[in-house]
Design a protein around this ligand. Structure first.
Ligand code: ADP
Length: 652
């Protein structure tokens, strides 16, 4: 029994001992290892979370380096005994760019060098672990590590650059580290750095492309902007030119007013304070400021004259060389005469030549009180305006000459009219005497004359008649070109025509010509001087009879046409060549075919035209060679005026 108890007890003790032995030997170490691993895992977990929370995609290499450094600082916090270095591959060497431990001055000498461990790690992109540096103690870096009491290192490459890595971070420690614990941290960091690098390289590339595109876009926008500004400038210039041309072709017929208009426009466009045109006075060899300058007050001194010998003057130089001049600081510019710049109170100045037919005739001066105000583009535009101005000046010069010539002509015309009128009167009186005495002698009242004497006297009588007609026509013309007094009254055109037909009946009968008349019954009355209108119809009938063959017929018509009465004298004569029709109403014009054959003065139609125009009417001819001529005149019908009035022809 006791034996049994003893045996059971011994077995229990043995089991107990075996159990605890087993527990101490295997379970406890495993448990503590598990605990450690759990602890490590939770640290690693926290580390990864922390890193990820503070991560971002860097958009530049500076940000990438910053991020790498932050991650390594976090690693260092977990392994405070370790030293963490970062190296960068530079020209086949390795450069220490960061160190997480303060090593003072020694850090400064750690610059470019080589270590095959790094080359291997970089080439394979694999972490290389070095335990005890004994094998390579000659290497300067190894020496340095040793001097810091570091014996173990793991070189971790990251940031693939073509076929090798660009950076290496070195985890170094004096004691052999727990690589099992360390490996996940290093592995995570390397892959994190690599993926960040891949991302950031892409982002950097995109940012670069973006910046480049932005720059290009900016350049294009700038170009567009410039083009827009230029277009606006061109549009302004075109408008200015248009205004200049309008000013010139407008009513300004006075040189001073016309120039002033152009200078005003230039001032507006250039935003100038003073614009003046200086023209050369060749007789005095001077440039003279012309009247009409813009911005010059009544102070006469501003209208100065500069001798062409004064080459200190920018105006003279521009005039002599034909080269435009620009200054942004006229009052202190040695190339400008200070006196004139001060006189006009200008700081910015442009001077361009005014040239006509390749000859410089003056200069255009544009000034502003603001310094550095004008641009080279404005100078170019001013050149164009100066060309326009030259034409304007020339137009005005020609116009001045024309006006003078017109005045002289008018004067001469008046002298001629006065002369004609006087001479005609002087001629008419003796002619009347001659005609009177010839008639008396021909009548036989003063004694019998023989046949020859009678023939001679008849020739004298006809010559006197022709001379008389010519003088009458000249007198009429002279009166019509002056202030002839017409006696306008309500006139019945039928009566006037009948009167003319009576006048003409003798001459028509002489040539056996039949004159017939046809009118509208309700022919409108006209407001006319019947004496002058009778003369017009007489002239037309005289011509018709004169140019028609004996035995032919002539028609006189009168019709209402709207508000006018149209009178026609139609013959079957030779007709008038087309090229002569426009001349026959001119004074002294006689048809080429009849001059010398048919008597006449060439004044009848000119007088008729003048008379009709004084009645606000129109006279014209329709004719074809061989088919006769149709002369018409039209005068406005008098609808409203019932009473007679007496007005001068000029007023009518
Ligand atoms: P004149 O008859 O004295 O020559 P006019 O001024 O009356 O001067 O006429 C000018 C010219 O017009 C005439 O010389 C003639 O050539 C032409 N002419 C005028 N009327 C007629 C007409 N009825 N038939 C042909 N030619 C005419």
């Amino acid at each position: 029994m006791n034996f049994m108890i003893l045996s059971v007890t011994a077995v229990l003790v043995a089991v107990f001992i075996i159990y605890w032995h087993f527990k101490f030997k295997f379970v406890f170490p495993l448990e503590s290892r598990l605990f450690l691993i759990e602890g490590n895992l939770s640290k690693f977990d926290g580390f990864v979370k922390d890193i990820m929370e503070h991560s971002y995609v860097p958009d530049s290499m500076e940000h990438y380096s910053e991020l790498v450094e932050n991650c390594l600082i976090r690693l260092h916090k977990i392994f405070p005994d370790a030293c963490i270095f970062t190296f960068e591959a530079v020209n086949e060497n390795w450069k220490l760019i960061n160190c997480l431990n303060d090593f003072g001055d020694r850090f400064a000498i750690m610059s470019d060098y080589r270590w095959d461990v790094f080359d291997r790690a970089a080439k394979t992109s694999e972490t290389v672990v070095v335990e005890n540096f004994e094998y390579d103690s000659a290497n300067i870096l190894v020496k340095f590590f040793k001097s810091l009491n570091l014996k173990y290192a793991a070189a971790c490459p990251f940031g693939a650059l073509e076929k090798s890595s660009r950076w290496i971070f070195v985890f170094a420690s004096p004691k052999a580290p727990d690589y099992d614990r360390l490996r996940p941290f290093l592995g995570f960091l390397i892959s994190h750095f690599n993926s960040l690098y891949a991302f950031s390289s892409r982002v950097v590339h995109i940012v670069k492309e973006n910046t480049q595109m932005k720059d290009e876009l900016g350049a294009v926008l700038h170009e567009l902007d410039m083009a827009g500004t230029k277009l606006i400038q061109r549009a302004k210039e075109r408008k200015a030119l248009y205004e200049v041309v309008t000013a010139v072709t407008g009513e300004h017929r006075d040189r001073k007013i016309g120039c002033a208009a152009v200078l005003n426009i230039v001032a507006k466009i250039a935003e100038a304070d003073v614009v003046a045109c200086l023209l050369v006075d060749e007789t005095k060899a001077e440039l003279a400021v012309q009247p009409g300058a813009y911005g010059i007050q009544k102070d006469e001194s501003a209208y100065y004259r500069v001798p062409l010998s004064d080459t200190a003057s920018s105006s003279v130089r521009t005039f002599l060389t034909g080269k435009p001049f620009i200054s942004g600081n006229a009052q202190d510019d040695p190339d400008v005469i200070r006196k004139y710049a001060c006189l006009w109170n200008i700081n910015s100045l442009m001077v361009v030549p005014i040239s006509l037919y390749d000859k410089t005739i003056g200069v255009l001066r544009v000034g502003s009180a603001k310094p550095n105000f004008f641009t080279n583009e404005q100078l170019e535009f001013l050149n164009i305006i100066a060309d326009e101005l030259a034409i304007i000046i020339e137009i005005f010069r020609l116009y001045d000459n024309l006006s003078k010539t017109a005045e002289e002509l008018a004067q001469l015309n008046k002298i001629k009219d006065d002369f004609l009128s006087t001479v005609s009167h002087e001629l008419k009186t003796p002619l009347t005497t001659i005609k009177g005495f010839v008639s008396v002698i021909l009548s036989g009242e003063v004694g019998q004359i023989n046949e020859q004497q009678s023939n001679f006297l008849n020739i004298v009588d006809q010559a006197v008649n022709r001379l008389n007609n010519l003088i009458s026509d000249l007198l009429d013309l002279s009166r019509l070109s002056g202030k002839v007094e017409m006696e306008f009254k309500m006139t019945d055109m039928k009566e006037v025509i009948k009167h003319s037909l009576d006048n003409m009946s003798f001459k028509a009968r002489e040539k056996s010509i039949k004159i017939s008349a046809s009118f509208d019954e309700d022919i409108l009355p006209v407001h006319a001087d019947p004496r002058w209108i009778t003369q017009v119809i007489d002239n037309l009938l005289v011509n018709a009879v004169k140019f028609s063959k004996a035995g032919s017929s002539i028609d006189v018509t009168a019709h209402n046409k709207g508000d006018v009465v149209v009178v026609g004298v139609i013959d079957n004569g030779p007709g008038i060549p087309h090229n002569e029709q426009k001349f026959i109403f001119e004074k002294f014009y006689r048809g080429k075919n009849n001059a010398g054959l048919v008597p006449g003065t060439g004044l009848g139609l000119a007088i008729s035209k003048s008379v009709i125009e004084k009645h606000n009417g129109k006279i014209w001819v329709e004719s074809k060679m061989g088919e006769g001529s149709r002369f018409y005149f039209a005068i406005p019908a008098a609808k409203t005026r019932k009473n007679e009035s007496r007005v001068t022809s000029q007023e009518s």
